[in-house]
Design a protein around this ligand. Structure first.
Ligand code: ZN
Length: 192
């Protein structure tokens, strides 16, 4: 579909939600819509938001260009970030785990291109070294997300309620990651 001068793929995700939401992520448009939405209604919403989508796409392009210009992180840079992460992240995990009354296993720091963190069923936690290039509150939001999986291994309503209880600012941080995360991850492009 064309938004202004920019072409972008559109994915429609249907669920039991009540309203239509439009999102721009990594140069693609995602429409979240209730199950029974007619295609014409989605087209109308997209046409209505065309200018907004175009602006968001331009922003994505600018960030991708910026990341490309900054170039891939060197192994040495990644090692330094990992050293810092090994000091910072276990501290944040310990702080929030205590607050949430949660126990956990080992903490691993990885350079990875797809995820910011994960939590295994045994309670081992894994965090992306690139978190060191994000604001402190974003690090905390990922820590709290993974720790909440110690109580709920899904992304249910109860899971998010647990997050908001200890970290009310979660949505803003999550938006930050959605907006900037991709351009950080492409800086790992030469990492195997
Ligand atoms: Zn999760």
């Amino acid at each position: 579909m064309i938004f202004g001068k920019r072409e972008a793929p559109v994915t429609v995700v249907r669920s039991s939600r009540r309203s239509i939401g439009v999102e721009v992520r990594n140069g693609a448009v995602i429409v979240r819509a209730p199950f029974l939405t007619l295609p014409g209604e989605i087209d109308r919403i997209l046409a209505e938001h065309s200018r907004w989508v175009e602006k968001k796409l331009e922003l994505c392009d600018a960030r991708t260009k910026e990341a490309e210009e900054a170039g891939p992180l060197t192994r040495d840079e990644i090692r330094k970030l990992a050293d810092r992460a090994l000091k910072v992240i276990p501290e944040r995990v310990a702080h929030y785990a205590k607050l949430m009354g949660i126990e956990y296993g080992n903490i691993t720091i990885r350079a990875q291109k797809t995820r910011w963190g994960s939590c295994s069923s045994k309670g081992n936690l894994n965090f992306n070294v690139l978190l060191m290039l994000t604001p402190d509150e974003v690090i905390d939001s990922v820590v709290v997300h993974e720790l909440s999986h110690r109580k709920h291994m899904d992304h249910s309503k109860e899971f998010y309620e647990e997050i908001y209880r200890v970290f009310p600012d979660y949505d803003r941080c999550n938006k930050w990651l959605k907006a900037h995360g991709h351009s950080l991850m492409i800086r790992l492009n030469n990492v195997k």
